[in-house]
Design a protein around this ligand. Structure first.
Ligand SMILES: NC(=O)c1ccc[n+]([C@@H]2O[C@H](COP(=O)([O-])OP(=O)(O)OC[C@H]3O[C@@H](n4cnc5c(N)ncnc54)[C@H](OP(=O)(O)O)[C@@H]3O)[C@@H](O)[C@H]2O)c1
Length: 285
Protein backbone atom coordinates (compact mmCIF):
# COMPACT_ATOMS: atom_id res chain seq x y z
CA UNK A 1 0.00 0.00 0.00
CA UNK A 2 3.05 2.29 -0.23
CA UNK A 3 2.05 5.62 -1.76
CA UNK A 4 -1.67 4.82 -1.55
CA UNK A 5 -4.14 7.07 0.27
CA UNK A 6 -7.01 5.54 2.22
CA UNK A 7 -9.91 7.58 3.60
CA UNK A 8 -11.57 5.89 6.57
CA UNK A 9 -14.73 7.13 8.26
CA UNK A 10 -15.25 6.15 11.88
CA UNK A 11 -11.55 5.46 12.28
CA UNK A 12 -11.47 6.59 15.91
CA UNK A 13 -12.86 3.37 17.36
CA UNK A 14 -13.44 -0.34 16.90
CA UNK A 15 -13.25 -1.84 13.42
CA UNK A 16 -12.34 1.49 11.79
CA UNK A 17 -9.33 2.12 14.00
CA UNK A 18 -8.15 -1.48 13.58
CA UNK A 19 -8.53 -1.14 9.78
CA UNK A 20 -6.61 2.16 9.77
CA UNK A 21 -3.81 0.63 11.85
CA UNK A 22 -3.51 -2.43 9.61
CA UNK A 23 -3.52 -0.37 6.40
CA UNK A 24 -0.93 2.03 7.86
CA UNK A 25 1.25 -0.97 8.74
CA UNK A 26 1.03 -2.01 5.07
CA UNK A 27 2.46 1.39 4.09
CA UNK A 28 -0.71 3.38 3.28
CA UNK A 29 -1.25 7.06 3.99
CA UNK A 30 -4.37 7.33 6.16
CA UNK A 31 -6.97 10.12 6.13
CA UNK A 32 -9.33 9.77 9.07
CA UNK A 33 -12.73 11.42 9.08
CA UNK A 34 -13.42 12.07 12.79
CA UNK A 35 -16.09 13.95 14.71
CA UNK A 36 -13.99 14.45 17.86
CA UNK A 37 -10.67 16.30 17.77
CA UNK A 38 -9.38 14.63 20.94
CA UNK A 39 -10.36 11.11 19.81
CA UNK A 40 -8.85 11.79 16.38
CA UNK A 41 -5.56 12.99 17.84
CA UNK A 42 -5.38 10.03 20.23
CA UNK A 43 -5.95 7.59 17.34
CA UNK A 44 -3.35 9.31 15.17
CA UNK A 45 -0.81 9.05 18.02
CA UNK A 46 -1.54 5.34 18.56
CA UNK A 47 -1.22 4.46 14.87
CA UNK A 48 1.90 6.57 14.29
CA UNK A 49 3.61 5.13 17.39
CA UNK A 50 2.76 1.63 16.17
CA UNK A 51 4.06 2.18 12.62
CA UNK A 52 6.85 4.66 13.37
CA UNK A 53 5.59 6.76 10.42
CA UNK A 54 3.96 10.17 10.19
CA UNK A 55 1.13 8.70 8.12
CA UNK A 56 -2.22 9.86 9.56
CA UNK A 57 -4.06 13.05 8.57
CA UNK A 58 -7.16 14.15 10.42
CA UNK A 59 -10.30 15.69 8.95
CA UNK A 60 -13.21 16.72 11.13
CA UNK A 61 -16.92 16.35 10.41
CA UNK A 62 -20.11 15.28 12.14
CA UNK A 63 -21.77 12.73 9.89
CA UNK A 64 -25.17 13.79 11.25
CA UNK A 65 -24.75 16.98 9.21
CA UNK A 66 -24.86 16.94 5.41
CA UNK A 67 -23.21 20.37 5.24
CA UNK A 68 -20.23 18.91 7.14
CA UNK A 69 -19.96 16.11 4.57
CA UNK A 70 -19.79 18.59 1.69
CA UNK A 71 -17.19 20.73 3.50
CA UNK A 72 -14.97 17.84 4.58
CA UNK A 73 -15.07 16.25 1.11
CA UNK A 74 -13.84 19.54 -0.40
CA UNK A 75 -11.05 19.70 2.22
CA UNK A 76 -10.03 16.11 1.50
CA UNK A 77 -9.93 16.57 -2.28
CA UNK A 78 -7.81 19.68 -1.91
CA UNK A 79 -5.40 18.16 0.63
CA UNK A 80 -5.02 14.60 -0.68
CA UNK A 81 -4.71 14.82 -4.44
CA UNK A 82 -5.44 11.09 -4.90
CA UNK A 83 -7.89 8.69 -3.23
CA UNK A 84 -7.04 5.00 -3.65
CA UNK A 85 -9.52 3.73 -1.06
CA UNK A 86 -12.69 5.11 0.50
CA UNK A 87 -13.66 2.88 3.43
CA UNK A 88 -17.18 3.89 4.47
CA UNK A 89 -17.05 2.40 7.95
CA UNK A 90 -18.63 4.80 10.47
CA UNK A 91 -21.93 3.66 11.93
CA UNK A 92 -24.34 4.03 14.83
CA UNK A 93 -27.28 2.23 16.32
CA UNK A 94 -29.91 4.17 18.27
CA UNK A 95 -32.13 2.50 20.89
CA UNK A 96 -34.79 5.21 20.57
CA UNK A 97 -35.80 7.26 17.55
CA UNK A 98 -34.05 10.61 17.19
CA UNK A 99 -33.53 13.13 14.41
CA UNK A 100 -30.46 15.00 13.23
CA UNK A 101 -30.44 18.79 12.98
CA UNK A 102 -31.09 18.25 9.22
CA UNK A 103 -34.37 16.52 10.18
CA UNK A 104 -33.47 12.91 9.27
CA UNK A 105 -33.75 9.81 11.46
CA UNK A 106 -30.26 9.53 12.97
CA UNK A 107 -29.35 5.92 12.04
CA UNK A 108 -30.39 6.40 8.41
CA UNK A 109 -28.61 9.79 8.25
CA UNK A 110 -25.25 8.63 9.67
CA UNK A 111 -25.16 5.10 8.24
CA UNK A 112 -26.55 5.78 4.76
CA UNK A 113 -27.09 9.43 3.74
CA UNK A 114 -23.68 10.63 4.99
CA UNK A 115 -21.61 7.99 3.12
CA UNK A 116 -23.88 8.38 0.06
CA UNK A 117 -23.12 12.12 -0.10
CA UNK A 118 -19.44 11.75 0.88
CA UNK A 119 -18.93 9.19 -1.89
CA UNK A 120 -20.65 11.45 -4.40
CA UNK A 121 -18.50 14.43 -3.45
CA UNK A 122 -15.23 12.45 -3.53
CA UNK A 123 -16.02 10.54 -6.70
CA UNK A 124 -14.25 12.82 -9.22
CA UNK A 125 -10.93 12.27 -7.39
CA UNK A 126 -11.64 8.57 -6.81
CA UNK A 127 -12.26 8.07 -10.55
CA UNK A 128 -9.04 9.88 -11.42
CA UNK A 129 -7.05 7.46 -9.23
CA UNK A 130 -6.23 4.25 -11.17
CA UNK A 131 -7.66 1.10 -9.54
CA UNK A 132 -9.38 2.97 -6.70
CA UNK A 133 -11.76 1.11 -4.37
CA UNK A 134 -14.94 1.96 -2.47
CA UNK A 135 -15.56 -0.43 0.42
CA UNK A 136 -18.81 -0.18 2.38
CA UNK A 137 -19.06 -1.75 5.84
CA UNK A 138 -22.57 -3.21 5.91
CA UNK A 139 -23.74 -6.03 8.20
CA UNK A 140 -25.45 -9.40 8.36
CA UNK A 141 -28.11 -7.37 10.21
CA UNK A 142 -29.39 -6.34 6.75
CA UNK A 143 -31.51 -9.48 7.03
CA UNK A 144 -33.45 -8.00 10.00
CA UNK A 145 -34.43 -4.89 8.05
CA UNK A 146 -37.97 -3.62 7.99
CA UNK A 147 -37.41 -1.71 4.78
CA UNK A 148 -40.06 0.70 3.58
CA UNK A 149 -39.10 3.15 0.84
CA UNK A 150 -42.13 5.23 1.85
CA UNK A 151 -40.94 5.44 5.47
CA UNK A 152 -37.15 5.84 5.25
CA UNK A 153 -37.30 8.11 8.31
CA UNK A 154 -38.86 5.25 10.37
CA UNK A 155 -41.72 7.34 11.72
CA UNK A 156 -43.92 4.23 12.03
CA UNK A 157 -43.20 1.53 14.66
CA UNK A 158 -39.57 2.36 15.47
CA UNK A 159 -37.48 -0.70 16.38
CA UNK A 160 -33.74 -0.08 16.78
CA UNK A 161 -32.68 -3.47 15.36
CA UNK A 162 -34.92 -3.18 12.30
CA UNK A 163 -33.94 0.43 11.66
CA UNK A 164 -30.25 -0.43 12.03
CA UNK A 165 -30.82 -3.41 9.72
CA UNK A 166 -32.51 -1.13 7.17
CA UNK A 167 -29.54 1.27 7.26
CA UNK A 168 -27.14 -1.64 6.61
CA UNK A 169 -29.40 -2.95 3.85
CA UNK A 170 -29.18 0.58 2.41
CA UNK A 171 -25.35 0.26 2.41
CA UNK A 172 -25.72 -2.91 0.35
CA UNK A 173 -28.28 -1.46 -2.05
CA UNK A 174 -25.97 1.55 -2.46
CA UNK A 175 -23.13 -0.87 -3.30
CA UNK A 176 -25.37 -2.72 -5.79
CA UNK A 177 -26.39 0.47 -7.61
CA UNK A 178 -22.90 2.02 -7.49
CA UNK A 179 -21.51 -1.15 -9.11
CA UNK A 180 -24.19 -1.03 -11.82
CA UNK A 181 -23.53 2.64 -12.60
CA UNK A 182 -19.75 2.19 -12.81
CA UNK A 183 -19.69 -1.11 -14.65
CA UNK A 184 -16.62 -1.36 -16.88
CA UNK A 185 -14.76 1.46 -15.08
CA UNK A 186 -11.39 0.97 -13.38
CA UNK A 187 -12.81 0.92 -9.84
CA UNK A 188 -13.53 -1.75 -7.18
CA UNK A 189 -16.85 -1.52 -5.29
CA UNK A 190 -17.74 -4.01 -2.53
CA UNK A 191 -19.55 -4.33 0.79
CA UNK A 192 -18.90 -6.58 3.76
CA UNK A 193 -20.01 -7.94 7.11
CA UNK A 194 -17.20 -7.81 9.73
CA UNK A 195 -18.72 -10.48 12.03
CA UNK A 196 -19.96 -9.83 15.57
CA UNK A 197 -17.24 -7.60 16.98
CA UNK A 198 -16.60 -6.18 20.44
CA UNK A 199 -16.55 -2.39 19.87
CA UNK A 200 -18.25 0.75 21.19
CA UNK A 201 -21.19 0.26 18.78
CA UNK A 202 -24.33 0.93 20.84
CA UNK A 203 -22.39 2.42 23.78
CA UNK A 204 -24.23 5.72 23.17
CA UNK A 205 -27.43 4.02 24.34
CA UNK A 206 -26.82 4.42 28.09
CA UNK A 207 -27.19 1.99 30.98
CA UNK A 208 -28.41 -1.18 29.24
CA UNK A 209 -25.63 -0.98 26.66
CA UNK A 210 -23.02 -0.43 29.40
CA UNK A 211 -24.17 -3.65 31.07
CA UNK A 212 -24.41 -5.76 27.91
CA UNK A 213 -21.30 -4.67 25.94
CA UNK A 214 -18.68 -6.04 28.41
CA UNK A 215 -20.50 -9.40 28.41
CA UNK A 216 -20.59 -9.54 24.61
CA UNK A 217 -16.84 -8.84 24.49
CA UNK A 218 -16.31 -12.32 25.97
CA UNK A 219 -17.71 -14.03 22.87
CA UNK A 220 -17.35 -11.46 20.08
CA UNK A 221 -14.38 -10.94 17.75
CA UNK A 222 -11.70 -8.40 18.60
CA UNK A 223 -11.66 -5.23 16.45
CA UNK A 224 -8.49 -6.53 14.73
CA UNK A 225 -10.30 -9.78 13.80
CA UNK A 226 -13.36 -7.77 12.75
CA UNK A 227 -11.22 -5.55 10.49
CA UNK A 228 -9.78 -8.43 8.43
CA UNK A 229 -12.35 -8.37 5.62
CA UNK A 230 -12.20 -4.55 5.36
CA UNK A 231 -8.40 -4.66 5.19
CA UNK A 232 -8.52 -7.48 2.63
CA UNK A 233 -10.90 -5.56 0.33
CA UNK A 234 -8.90 -2.33 0.71
CA UNK A 235 -5.46 -3.84 0.17
CA UNK A 236 -5.43 -7.26 -1.54
CA UNK A 237 -3.65 -6.93 -4.90
CA UNK A 238 -6.56 -8.67 -6.67
CA UNK A 239 -10.18 -9.30 -5.65
CA UNK A 240 -11.65 -12.13 -7.72
CA UNK A 241 -15.31 -11.16 -7.42
CA UNK A 242 -17.51 -8.85 -9.44
CA UNK A 243 -18.19 -5.32 -8.30
CA UNK A 244 -21.18 -5.15 -5.98
CA UNK A 245 -20.23 -8.40 -4.20
CA UNK A 246 -20.73 -8.74 -0.43
CA UNK A 247 -17.96 -10.36 1.61
CA UNK A 248 -17.85 -12.24 4.91
CA UNK A 249 -14.56 -13.61 6.27
CA UNK A 250 -12.69 -12.43 3.16
CA UNK A 251 -14.96 -14.45 0.85
CA UNK A 252 -17.98 -13.52 -1.28
CA UNK A 253 -21.19 -14.40 0.54
CA UNK A 254 -24.90 -14.64 -0.20
CA UNK A 255 -27.11 -11.63 0.45
CA UNK A 256 -30.84 -11.32 0.99
CA UNK A 257 -32.90 -11.10 -2.21
CA UNK A 258 -33.82 -7.52 -1.29
CA UNK A 259 -30.16 -6.42 -1.05
CA UNK A 260 -29.54 -7.27 -4.71
CA UNK A 261 -32.90 -6.11 -6.08
CA UNK A 262 -31.91 -3.67 -8.85
CA UNK A 263 -35.21 -1.81 -8.82
CA UNK A 264 -35.14 -1.24 -5.04
CA UNK A 265 -31.47 -0.15 -5.32
CA UNK A 266 -32.37 2.32 -8.07
CA UNK A 267 -35.31 3.76 -6.13
CA UNK A 268 -33.26 4.14 -2.93
CA UNK A 269 -30.55 5.92 -4.94
CA UNK A 270 -33.01 8.40 -6.47
CA UNK A 271 -34.63 9.07 -3.11
CA UNK A 272 -31.20 9.52 -1.47
CA UNK A 273 -30.24 12.03 -4.18
CA UNK A 274 -33.41 13.97 -3.41
CA UNK A 275 -32.87 13.87 0.36
CA UNK A 276 -29.26 15.11 0.20
CA UNK A 277 -30.21 17.81 -2.30
CA UNK A 278 -28.63 16.50 -5.52
CA UNK A 279 -30.37 16.87 -8.83
CA UNK A 280 -31.27 13.48 -10.36
CA UNK A 281 -28.16 11.86 -11.86
CA UNK A 282 -25.99 14.89 -10.99
CA UNK A 283 -22.36 14.03 -11.86
CA UNK A 284 -22.66 10.32 -10.93
CA UNK A 285 -20.93 9.06 -14.04
N1 LIG B 1 -19.48 -4.28 15.94
C1 LIG B 1 -20.15 -5.18 15.22
O1 LIG B 1 -20.43 -6.31 15.69
C2 LIG B 1 -20.57 -4.86 13.82
C3 LIG B 1 -21.24 -5.86 13.08
C4 LIG B 1 -21.63 -5.58 11.78
C5 LIG B 1 -21.35 -4.34 11.23
N2 LIG B 1 -20.72 -3.39 11.97
C6 LIG B 1 -20.45 -2.08 11.34
O2 LIG B 1 -19.08 -1.78 11.51
C7 LIG B 1 -18.90 -0.35 11.42
C8 LIG B 1 -17.96 0.11 12.52
O3 LIG B 1 -18.62 -0.08 13.77
P1 LIG B 1 -17.87 -0.45 15.13
O4 LIG B 1 -18.50 -1.71 15.60
O5 LIG B 1 -16.41 -0.38 14.97
O6 LIG B 1 -18.43 0.72 16.07
P2 LIG B 1 -17.75 1.84 16.98
O7 LIG B 1 -16.64 1.27 17.80
O8 LIG B 1 -18.90 2.48 17.71
O9 LIG B 1 -17.15 2.86 15.92
C9 LIG B 1 -18.00 3.69 15.19
C10 LIG B 1 -17.20 4.82 14.58
O10 LIG B 1 -18.11 5.69 13.88
C11 LIG B 1 -17.90 7.04 14.32
N3 LIG B 1 -19.10 7.84 14.26
C12 LIG B 1 -20.32 7.54 14.79
N4 LIG B 1 -21.17 8.57 14.60
C13 LIG B 1 -20.48 9.52 13.93
C14 LIG B 1 -20.80 10.81 13.46
N5 LIG B 1 -22.02 11.37 13.67
N6 LIG B 1 -19.86 11.51 12.80
C15 LIG B 1 -18.63 10.99 12.60
N7 LIG B 1 -18.25 9.79 13.05
C16 LIG B 1 -19.17 9.05 13.70
C17 LIG B 1 -17.42 6.88 15.75
O11 LIG B 1 -16.78 8.07 16.20
P3 LIG B 1 -16.43 8.30 17.77
O12 LIG B 1 -15.14 7.60 18.01
O13 LIG B 1 -16.34 9.79 17.86
O14 LIG B 1 -17.57 7.72 18.57
C18 LIG B 1 -16.49 5.69 15.61
O15 LIG B 1 -15.23 6.10 15.11
C19 LIG B 1 -20.29 0.24 11.47
O16 LIG B 1 -20.70 0.61 10.16
C20 LIG B 1 -21.17 -0.90 11.97
O17 LIG B 1 -22.51 -0.78 11.50
C21 LIG B 1 -20.32 -3.61 13.25
Amino acid sequence: MNGKTCIITGGTSGIGEASAGALAERGAEIALLCRSRSRGEATKKRIEERTGRDCVRLFFADMERLADMRRVAAEMKEALGRIDVLLNNAGVTMLGRSETSDGFETTFAVNHLAPFLLTHELLPTILETPGARIVNVASGAHRFARFDLDDLQSKKNYSSMRVYGASKLSNMLFTTELARRFEGRDIGIWSLHPGAVSTRLGANNGGIAKLILPLLSLVFRTPEQGARTSVYLCSAPRIDAPNGSYFVDERPAKVSALARDPEVARRLWLESERLVGLAEGESWG
